[in-house]
Design a protein around this ligand. Structure first.
Ligand code: G3H
Ligand code: 13P
Ligand code: ZN
Length: 316
């Protein structure tokens, strides 16, 4: 059942984070839905611009609708990840999306406000919620000293002004993470100080953490042992998901980790069976492994086991 992102946020806020997983194809969708049902968790499916261009956006929508039919127990929202203004409008007008993200975070503050506000106005007219972004994610050094007003982390006072001026429904904040497999040089913690300040200024307001993959080191080691060369990768400590959720991080975006599962499965499969050329056997393994991964992440996010209570609260 597709619900609004706002409904998921209302149930989760301050208690757990909803996992937001990117999908590009049928195998990822099958693994995601299976893992969500196994762990009895609500979730958000994210579609990036790149995913919409890979095969065809209509194919992706059909896959998601079919997955909803195959897994009628599932409760989820459909979200545009990192949209530009035009793609946001397309998704708002499609009638398929629960929410969109406008990412104008690379523009100066006032321009970001202007663009995000235009998208919010169009989306709210159709009952769709909007995630906007303030602060820039990037590679962060272990010993970086960050104060309010620093270039990359979200400034809490600016966040408050940004939300007031745009009316956006959730805010992606830069709290030390970055996209991809190479987030940190050495071990580093999330900037809980930034989250605490934002929560103090905007109690009850849902925040979003991008770049949340944990880049499991055993996964990377298996990929490299099967011919990969992913060196020096480092991700978010999974034990920090729940503390972040308690401080208002209501949506946690995970994409890279799923790609690592795919890479490990396929590298090992073709290393061990070099004469194989049927894509279905590794595809089946990937679906099972991705389901296992999703269930494990939902447990860490605190969303596992929430389905029955959510359903009751929705009156379904
Ligand atoms: O934040 C970006 C997501 O990981 C999506 O990546 O644009 O390559 O689909 P993509
Ligand atoms: P990762 O690259 O850490 O998986 O982040 C994904 C993301 O933020 C999607 O918007
Ligand atoms: Zn992101």
């Amino acid at each position: 059942m597709i619900v609004t992102t706002a409904q998921l946020f209302k149930h989760a806020y301050g208690k757990y984070a909803v996992g937001a997983y990117n999908i590009n194809n049928a195998e990822q969708a099958m693994g995601l839905f299976r893992g969500a049902i196994e762990s009895q968790a609500p979730f958000i499916i994210q579609i990036s611009k790149g995913a919409r261009a890979y095969t065809d956006k209509r194919m992706l929508e059909a896959i998601i609708r079919s997955a909803g039919d195959i897994f009628p127990e599932a409760i989820f929202a459909v979200h545009l990840d990192h949209g530009d203004e035009q793609t946001c409008y397309e998704c708002i007008d499609s009638g398929f999306f629960s929410s969109v993200m406008i990412d104008a975070s690379h523009d100066p503050f006032d321009k970001n406000v202007e663009i995000s506000k235009r998208v919010v106005d169009r989306a709210h007219a159709k009952g769709i919620s909007v995630e906007a972004e303030l602060g820039m994610l990037g590679g962060v050094e272990e010993d970086i000293k960050v104060e309010d007003g620093h270039a990359t982390l979200t400034n809490p006072a600016e966040a408050q002004e940004f939300v007031k001026r745009t009316g956006c429904d959730s805010l992606a904040c830069a709290i030390g993470t970055s996209h991809g497999a190479f987030k940190f040089k050495g071990k580093q913690s999330l900037h809980f100080d930034v989250l605490e300040k934002i929560k103090h200024l905007m109690p009850g307001y849902p925040l979003v953490m991008h770049g949340s993959s944990s880049v499991p080191q055993d996964e990377v080691a298996r990929i490299n042992a099967a011919g990969g060369t992913i060196a020096g990768s480092m991700g978010v400590d999974v034990n920090e998901y729940l503390p972040a959720a308690k401080l208002g991080v209501t949506k946690i975006n995970i994409d890279t980790d799923g790609r690592l599962v795919w890479t490990r499965v396929h590298r090992e499969f073709f290393r061990d069976k070099p004469s194989e050329f049927d894509f279905r056997p590794p595809g089946k393994i990937f679906i099972a492994e991705y389901a296992k991964f999703i269930a494990s992440r939902n447990k860490l996010l605190g969303s596992a086991g929430q389905l029955a209570d959510l359903r009751a609260s929705l009156g379904k």
